[in-house]
Design a protein around this ligand. Structure first.
Ligand SMILES: [Zn+2]
Length: 141
């Protein structure tokens, strides 16, 4: 097997390894080769790349990186839009929420008061009841 040439991208000379499925640069991670070939064939592919292939690969990489940067910017923008929407929604619905909470508390107070009155009324009305009736009334309380 021919000695592997230095990495065309980072210049690494020693940390380059040939496997059955590819040749990979341990320094920058770039790789060439095809699955199900031999180490020798992949080494040859690594060593015989034309400058045009290397440039095309570099362009591909740069395009991919640019796309990722663009996507990240889009994601950041969406995240910030969502954050703003959440804050707007929260401040818009806050007064209505507070109002509902107040109504619930008032209703609960009314219910407690009514329960209290009902307890007194039922206690008063059980004076002439049979034990069975008293039990049934108590179950309501
Ligand atoms: Zn490299």
């Amino acid at each position: 097997m021919d000695k592997l040439k230095p990495c065309p991208f980072c210049g690494e000379e020693d940390d380059i390894h040939s496997y059955t499925d590819e040749v990979i640069c341990g320094s920058c991670g770039c790789h060439v080769g095809s699955m199900h070939k031999t180490k020798e064939i992949n080494a040859e592919i690594w060593n015989t790349r034309s400058q045009a292939e290397i440039d095309a690969y570099k362009q591909d990489l740069e395009r991919t990186i640019a796309e990722k940067v663009e996507m990240q910017a889009e994601i950041d923008k969406l995240k910030s839009d969502i954050e703003i929407m959440i804050q707007k929604a929260a401040s818009k619905h806050r007064p209505a929420y507070d109002e509902q909470q107040k109504r619930i508390m008032n209703m609960q107070a009314e219910i407690d008061e009514l329960k209290c009155e009902l307890t007194i009324l039922l206690k008063l009305s059980t004076v002439n009841m049979t034990d069975d009736h008293v039990k049934r009334v108590n179950r309501l309380l």
